[in-house]
Write a protein that binds this ligand. Structure first.
Ligand SMILES: [Zn+2]
Length: 465
């Protein structure tokens, strides 16, 4: 594979005096180490100070009191929900969806852009360097929603996968969304193919990729699942959807199709190493074995699962079986915080409430889920997800010598068990996008105002219709 050098590839940034958790295959850590970024790649890293005599060093960072980790990778989200946070707060999934679909169906391009900025900003300032948006609401006449979301990520400098979603099973066909909120089968497939053609970049250092992502069994036809899988494989892109989220979904699948969600997915071509699914809470041993056999990935979303009372995904069993697992924020209408770094802690704690108790997950496993695991399920583990020479320079410096963390026994434990650690610097593709917990590429305060305005505009339009 060609690895074209980025502009300014010879410029170096040297980071020294920090703890480093590489999350490589051996979980290599350095108590006091250095990293050298050259262009958009990690050139070298290791214990002690950086090598002497490096040329073209444009910046030296004394990272004393910091922990360096790979940038966090978010594997499931719905950006548009940023402008519908805090609604239907005491509902289960199906009731929550039915309560919110009518409002969501009124979004337009300006709202989608503001909501994408809000979602991205919240994650990026908390250490996310690769984001994804599973966007599946495309009302007629709403404008270029996919394009505006992709622009928001590019402007902020965040690496991004758009999972181009779709819905074609509305209430009249036994689905959950209202009739006016869905696309036709042909329309959804054509628009998805067009989005891949226009925006998907297959190169090593791609900043934008596109996946084919029909929404969920209860909002799409069997044909959309089947033809969506065929389309993705013809185009060479990945597949994403929601699966096995709740007991109600499992019952719904059994009543309609005579089988549970995993068997239904398998029957439509939806298990495979090019597929990742959100949630996967209600999985029996055979389901987990099928995911492991086919290397189907999972986006584990612990806070959203708790918020909607969906249940506890069997992450320790999945990992033991060899299923690739990453972490997801999920949409912020079911996880108002919108942060991923807090999901490291929540994944660990919630899984300890499950069957494996104190042996469920440890701090290093939680960090791995949020970094390398995420890169795996997005199909990008060769390029990102761990700190290794030759990989893309997506990395975060966390402040762990402040009041929140200075007395916690070791840096990774501080990051995962402690309070949300401040991000003192975050780099994506070698470019710094966060400095001292503030985004450097966009105006956070302006985004706070524009997203509030768009949330109010959407509420007004929804109330009038
Ligand atoms: Zn979701």
């Amino acid at each position: 594979m060609a690895h074209p050098a980025a502009p300014g590839a010879c410029e170096r940034t040297v980071i020294e005096n920090c703890a480093i958790a590489t999350v490589d295959a051996d979980d290599t850590e350095y108590a006091d180490g250095h990293l050298v970024i050259a262009g958009n790649r990690i050139e070298s890293l290791g214990a002690g100070r950086a090598p002497e005599g490096l040329e073209n060093v444009v910046r030296r960072i004394d990272a004393t009191g910091r922990l360096a980790t790979p940038g966090l990778v978010n594997t499931h989200h719905h950006f548009y929900q940023w402008i519908t946070r805090g609604l239907a707060t005491d509902h289960n999934l199906f009731d929550w969806l039915v309560a919110l679909y009518p409002t969501w169906s009124r979004i337009d391009e300006q709202m989608a852009h503001a909501a994408a900025q809000g979602s991205l900003a919240m994650m990026a300032r908390g250490g996310v360097t690769t984001a994804m948006d599973h966007h599946y609401v495309y009302p007629k006449g709403a404008g270029d929603l996919s394009g505006t979301i992709i622009r928001a990520a590019a402007d902020m400098g965040v690496r991004f996968t758009l999972a181009r979603g779709s819905m074609d099973r509305s209430e009249k066909d036994g689905g959950l969304p209202p009739d006016f909120a869905v696309e036709t089968l042909e329309g959804a497939l054509a628009a998805t193919e067009e989005t891949v053609g226009k925006h998907h970049d297959a190169s090593f250092d791609a900043m934008t990729q596109v996946a084919v992502a029909p929404c969920s069994p209860f909002s799409i036809s069997t044909e959309l699942l089947r033809q969506g899988a065929e389309l993705a494989r013809r185009l060479g892109v990945r597949l994403h959807t929601h699966g096995s989220e709740t007991v109600e979904e499992e019952q719904w699948c059994k009543e309609l199709f005579g089988m549970g969600p995993t068997d239904y997915f398998e029957s439509t071509g939806w298990l495979g190493e090019d597929v990742w699914m959100a949630h996967c809470v209600h999985m029996n041993d055979a389901d987990i074995a099928a995911f492991a056999r086919t290397k189907t990935g999972v986006a584990h979303c612990p806070s959203s699962n708790a918020r909607l009372a969906a249940g506890i995904a069997r992450v320790p069993d999945m990992l033991a079986a060899g299923v690739p697992v990453g972490l997801g924020v999920d949409g912020t209408a079911s996880n108002e915080s919108g942060e991923l770094h807090t999901e490291l802690r929540n994944a660990l704690l919630i899984n300890r409430l499950g069957a494996h108790r104190e042996a469920a997950l440890n701090a290093r496993q939680a960090l791995r889920l949020g970094t390398h695991g995420g890169a795996q399920v997005l199909g990008r583990a060769e390029q990102i997800g761990s700190l290794e020479a030759g990989k893309l320079a997506d990395l975060v410096l966390w402040k762990i010598d402040g009041i929140g963390h200075s007395t916690i026994a070791d840096p990774v434990t501080a990051l995962v068990f402690g309070a949300a650690a401040p991000v003192t610097a975050s780099f994506v593709n070698g470019r710094q996008i966060v400095e001292d917990s503030r985004l450097t590429t966009v105006d956070e305060d302006a985004i706070a105002r524009s997203t509030r305005d768009e949330a109010r505009r959407l509420a007004r339009i929804a109330a009038e219709s």
